[in-house]
Design a protein around this ligand. Structure first.
Ligand SMILES: CC(=O)N[C@H]1[C@@H](OP(=O)(O)OP(=O)(O)OC[C@H]2O[C@@H](n3ccc(=O)[nH]c3=O)[C@H](O)[C@@H]2O)O[C@H](CO)[C@@H](O)[C@@H]1O
Ligand SMILES: C=C(OP(=O)(O)O)C(=O)O
Length: 421
């Protein structure tokens, strides 16, 4: 594939509407859930993203039949004929580890490549593995692969997470749905994507109490049926475009957005001076005239401010009146965007897990690149606010998580285009 880049010529206001796609981080576990049943799981509102293609490719090589249509997929896993998730797929996308729970639960064994570190931190999977061990699986690490076996099937267990993990909650929720007996997940993640997965599992016949709370009780079933489920709108994409309006100014309706999944984010936006109002179709975001003001924000598990919007918020704060302290508590290395933003004139000093952002009047365009998804989109947002031309290189990161980003932004007036070499 030719190397592609995005060119942005700032700085004009955004006006109009942007449709919000289905949530990547809900879609990925839901696709893995397709391995739990021999019947068809149909997913609607499927976003068109590179990560979705990778996840479908992964479950296909386990034996799933995939029929893909526009914004929708039918997954039928009548049989699983391969329980190995190979390094070549897992290294591209960490969410691949979500096949582990479903495979062990249904087949009594799985071999999944260890995902390894990535740009934003070391990201171990020890909580996933300890949970499966508590459910009776034997875990061995062989040649970089996790080999999990439970020849007599998984057994219900009480699992208390020492800290909140979205992925471990999802993996064990799926595993518990097909285990023998009752599983209690304590200190479980409460992200809307977890609720989406639980609701789909309920539609498949699972028995889960406490959905949306930190304590879920799952009574395992011998078999789950097929279902049809519509993926929730992407709250991170929504928050990203809301911040784009904050950065560039203007007024945009985010159509399909679910403001109730973004309360912590809306509260922060309102404090900065960006106005957010729910509408019958989604939410309306507006910033007219004056500069936003700096606010201090700490990332937290849901319902706190999401780490996946930290880089975008930093761009908003980079042009704010006054200073902002942004503290990242989820990942230990999620400030990769800072040096690139500095090249565009942002004034940011990192001290450990905190970044002190002193607002400047204007950013300046520059060639930039990023090493992860949210850092990449933050550079696009910075380009919207910058004087002159910004070229964002290595945009394959963007394609992992943002559907048609250049089209969506140019439809509201941004001067943005995608170029191939
Ligand atoms: C595909 C998907 O949904 N990705 C999201 C998911 O990632 P993911 O599920 O990987 O994130 P987790 O919630 O598991 O990670 C939270 C923290 O726990 C640590 N940890 C996690 C598991 C474990 O076994 N051991 C351990 O130490 C991680 O390194 C991290 O520091 O939630 C993150 C936190 O909201 C988001 O940023 C990601 O976008
Ligand atoms: C970090 C992210 O995704 P993943 O967990 O798939 O790396 C993200 O969506 O911002």
């Amino acid at each position: 594939m030719a190397l592609q880049r995005i060119v942005i010529r700032g700085a004009g206001e955004l006006r109009g509407e942007i449709p919000i796609s289905g949530a990547k981080n809900a879609a990925l576990p839901l696709i893995a859930a397709g391995l739990l049943t021999d019947q068809t799981l149909t997913l609607d509102n499927l976003p068109e993203l590179a990560d979705i293609g990778s996840m479908l490719g992964l479950i296909e090589q386990h034996g799933a039949g995939i029929v893909r249509g526009p914004r929708h997929v039918e997954i039928t896993t009548a049989r699983i004929d391969n329980t190995t998730a190979p390094y070549d797929i897992v290294r591209k996308m960490r969410a691949s580890v979500l096949v582990l729970g479903p495979l062990v639960a249904r087949m009594g064994e799985a071999k999944v490549s260890l995902p390894g570190g990535c740009a934003i931190g070391t990201r171990p999977v020890d909580l996933h593995l300890k949970g499966l061990e508590a459910m009776g699986a034997k875990i061995e690490l062989v040649d970089g692969y996790v080999h999990a076996t439970a020849p007599k099937g998984l057994k219900g267990a009480t699992i208390r997470f020492p800290f909140v993990s979205v992925g471990a909650t999802e993996n064990l929720l799926m595993a518990a749905s097909l285990a023998d007996g009752e599983t209690i997940l304590d200190n479980a993640a409460r992200e809307p994507e977890i609720i989406d997965l639980a609701n789909c599992l309920l539609a498949m016949g699972a028995e889960i109490e406490g959905v949306g709370t930190e304590r879920m009780v799952i009574r395992g079933k011998k078999w789950l049926r097929g279902a049809r489920y519509s993926i929730l709108p992407d709250r991170i994409e929504t928050g990203t475009y809301a911040m784009a309006v904050g950065v560039a100014g203007g007024a945009v309706e985010l159509v399909g957005a679910r403001p109730e999944t973004l309360e912590g984010v809306i509260e922060v936006l309102n404090r900065t001076g960006v106005e957010v109002t729910p509408t019958p179709r989604g939410m309306f975001v507006k910033r007219n005239g004056s500069r936003v003001v700096g606010v201090d924000v700490m990332t937290q598990p849901y319902p706190g401010f999401p780490t996946d919007l930290q880089a975008q918020l930093m761009v908003l704060m980079a042009t704010a009146e006054g200073a902002a302290m942004i503290t990242e508590t989820i990942f230990e290395n999620r400030f990769m965007h800072v040096p690139e933003l500095a090249r565009m004139g942002a004034n940011v000093t990192v001290h450990g897990a905190s970044a002190l952002v002193r607002g400047v009047k204007r950013l300046k365009g520059a060639p930039v690149m990023a090493t992860d998804l949210r850092a990449s989109i933050s550079l696009v947002l910075a380009g919207l606010a910058a004087e002159g031309e910004t070229v964002v290189n290595r945009i394959y990161h963007l394609d992992r998580g943002y559907e048609r980003v250049a089209e969506k932004l140019s439809a509201v007036g941004a001067k943005i285009e995608r170029l191939a070499d």
